[in-house]
Ligand binder design. Structure first.
Ligand code: ADP
Ligand code: ZN
Length: 676
């Protein structure tokens, strides 16, 4: 009797059937075992899902080769992948792909299938690890202060005891969380267990990676998206072969094939980048909790500004909360001052007030360093004709084009569309063009004019796109070869520059006015993190926040988390938003606006027929109504019971998808982080 298999292939949502030819028969395959199969004109790696006795596929093709009969992944990792697939309603093939080293190692030539060399030369996965270059100088553990000791004792007791144990480590910026992570990991290693460390956007946190490198040397394997397939494969092998017992990286480091995991650390657990916003829309922090439960391991979520969900979980006893309320060595928290942007008379340059300029001047005189934060890159975020009101919008997206002065271009930050910057209006030929708002490029320009002798650097996506550019900026700040660093949220990411004593927030209102229920939370996190960059060394830090709404309650409490948490939880409760309820966001996009609207209404009306407590909101146009030439609509499902929410959705989709919806793009976002 022929044997058929059902397999998953990369990102393709449906599963495929193949026949196992007689030459390959009599093997039992484990979930996730890899096969080579023909697909169209190509050969692909497929992941085994299950064996089947029959199939109704005609002219079924044969499996070409069985790469491995057992899954190369540890069984509990396979379980995690299954959970991700079920929970996030993502095809198992896409999930599996995320867990394996990217890209096929297999080439097909006229001579047949070429396998990768069996024994890859052992080599430290060096790529992109400029940060680890200083490895070799092993730095010994620091003697912990009393607070750190207390936290360490609790976590290491849990490691010794074994079993699932989730912690929330709430420690203010500069309180020494990283040192606690390092020593907790050491504890796990002593118990012959490994550690997984998740950091947001690893490329942006070279100092953190270096600290791990300096402590643990080549016990570390770094996994991140900039690795070449080969380097990724090597890092992966290093963990699998137990040459590395610590995996550090962004989201996907969770899928390191580590046989025995003692602790998972999620640094800056509140960071939005833990949620993957395409393909498999999983939240790596939440998946880390689930994985730790499967493993019976300790998981530590660390942050100075925990997400409301995590902090809430701490208050109801789901997580054990540990806190580091003070900075190390009794260093004080920075002093925070609001500057009222409504007082136009105090503006010296666009968005640069007398007060801020004076403060920068003072820091320069003292040979200290300054960070200026503005959350827009480019020179000017929008452009308007002063004669007829014509706006410059992207041709593909409903967003305004950003003026980039040096490149003399208008750019769409969403789809990359660009055009030469205009000198007159396309509509009325008027030449009175108004440049509205301010971005990093403009702040840099003005600061250079005001302080011609200062050494000014800019850190945003434009200045860091070249390999090594980001690292150069960080090093220059560390070595005090720069005086002023201007940048987007990249400057807020965990840097430890002891000579920075002033952080200026050019305009705090930009992120506050975002149409999303999390905008206050995001703003709080961002500002508290920027503030956390100052006064980390021996010198007292200062934070100046420029805003049009200085009386806003958020600014009155920053950077204290508790009062912010209490107020914000009140709003969330009143409006019935997470953590008081669960959400699923459905996105429907179509090239034709009427179609997008019609289909959204169809789906919403099917969903609204449910007789349960699930609320169905919408359809409504998405905040960004058009993106990459597609019109976008949204439906939001709200409900306390996650399983009920999913079953309502599944039933609705079954009906809706009875007819094929070819030109429609449907995205399902479970626990959405952004409602745009
Ligand atoms: P966080 O991660 O909470 O922002 P870090 O771990 O970066 O804080 O610590 C801030 C600074 O204090 C770092 O330069 C670190 O080396 C130093 N530090 C941490 N723990 C101690 C300690 N116990 N004694 C002295 N310095 C410490
Ligand atoms: Zn665009």
């Amino acid at each position: 009797m022929p044997l058929y298999v059902e397999v998953a292939i990369s990102h393709i949502p449906r599963l495929f059937h193949y026949r196992i030819p007689a030459s390959l028969e009599a093997v039992s395959l484990e979930l996730g075992a890899r096969l080579l199969v023909p697909l169209g004109t190509r050969v692909q790696i497929a992941y085994f899902v299950r064996s089947i006795d029959q199939t109704d596929i005609e002219n079924i093709k044969d499996v070409l080769e069985i790469i491995d009969t057992t899954s190369p992944l540890p069984p509990l990792l396979i379980k995690l992948l299954q959970w991700i697939s079920d929970y996030y309603l993502a095809p198992i093939g896409s999930v599996m792909k995320a867990a394996f080293p990217q890209k096929s190692q297999y080439k097909v030539t006229t001579a047949g299938v070429i396998k990768p060399p069996k024994q890859l030369k052992e080599k430290l996965s060096q790529a992109g690890l400029d940060a680890l270059q200083s490895a070799g100088v092993v730095t010994p553990p620091l003697p912990l202060n009393l607070d750190q000791q207390h936290v360490y004792n609790e976590i290491s007791a849990a490691i010794e005891k074994g079993g699932f144990s989730p912690f929330l480590l709430h420690g203010v910026t500069g309180s020494g969380k990283t040192e606690v992570y390092l020593q907790v990991i050491q504890k796990a290693l002593e118990h012959h267990k490994g550690a997984i460390v998740l950091v947001p956007e690893i490329g942006l946190t070279p100092q953190l990676v270096a600290r791990f490198g300096n402590r643990f040397g080549d016990k570390i394997a770094v996994l991140h998206s900039k690795l070449t397939p080969k380097q990724r494969y090597e890092a992966w092998q290093k963990i699998k072969n137990k040459e590395a017992s610590i995996a550090i990286g962004a989201r996907s480091a969770l899928f390191a094939p580590m046989a025995s995991v003692g602790v998972i650390i999620v640094d800056e657990e509140h960071d939005a980048s833990y949620k993957q916003e395409e393909s498999v829309r999983y939240h790596a922090r939440d998946a880390a909790i689930v994985y730790a439960r499967l493993l019976g391991a300790v998981v530590v979520l660390g942050s100075a500004t925990p997400s409301l969900e995590s902090f809430y979980n701490g208050t109801i006893g789901k997580y054990k909360t540990c806190s580091l309320p003070n900075r190390v060595e009794e260093r004080p928290m920075p002093k925070i001052e609001m500057i009222d942007l409504r007082e136009r008379a105090s503006w010296v340059k666009p968005f640069l007030t007398q007060r801020l300029i004076f403060a920068i001047e003072k820091r320069l005189e003292l040979h200290e360093q300054v960070i200026l934060f503005i959350n827009r890159r480019g020179h000017t975020p929008s452009l308007l004709c002063g004669d007829c009101g014509q706006k410059w919008q992207c041709g593909n997206c409903a967003v305004s084009l950003t003026f980039h002065k040096k490149e003399k271009k208008l750019l769409c930050h969403y789809c990359g569309f660009q055009q030469a910057s205009p000198t007159d209006c396309v509509n009325c030929k008027g030449t009175r063009l108004l440049f509205l708002g301010v971005g990093t490029e403009q702040v840099e320009e003005e600061i250079r004019t005001l302080f011609p002798l200062a050494r000014v650097l800019r850190m945003d996506r434009d200045t860091t796109s070249k390999k090594g550019a980001h690292h150069k900026i960080v090093t220059a700040m560390e070595e005090k070869e720069a005086d002023i660093l201007i940048g987007t949220q990249m400057v807020a990411k965990g840097h430890d520059f002891p000579w920075v004593t002033l952080a200026g927030i050019v305009c705090a209102d930009f992120s506050l006015n975002f149409p999303d229920f999390r905008s206050s939370e995001r703003t709080f996190q961002l500002l508290a993190q920027v503030a956390g960059r100052t006064g980390r060394g021996a010198l007292l830090g200062e934070v100046l926040i420029q805003t049009f709404q200085p009386e806003h309650e958020l600014f009155c409490v920053i950077p204290a988390f508790k009062p912010f948490y209490n107020t914000e939880m009140g709003y969330r409760k009143d409006a019935n938003y997470p953590p008081f309820t669960r959400l699923i966001l459905l996105g429907l996009s179509h090239k034709k606006e009427e179609e997008a609207e019609k289909k959204s209404e169809q789906l919403a009306s099917i969903l609204k027929k449910n007789k349960s407590s699930i609320e169905v909101l919408g359809p409504a146009p998405a905040p960004i109504t058009r993106l990459r030439n597609e019109y976008r609509y949204q439906i939001l499902l709200k409900g306390k019971d996650h399983l009920l929410l999913k079953s309502v959705l599944k039933k609705g989709l079954d009906i809706f998808l009875e007819k094929p919806q070819r030109a429609l793009r449907l995205t399902i976002d479970i626990d959405p982080q952004n409602l745009i």
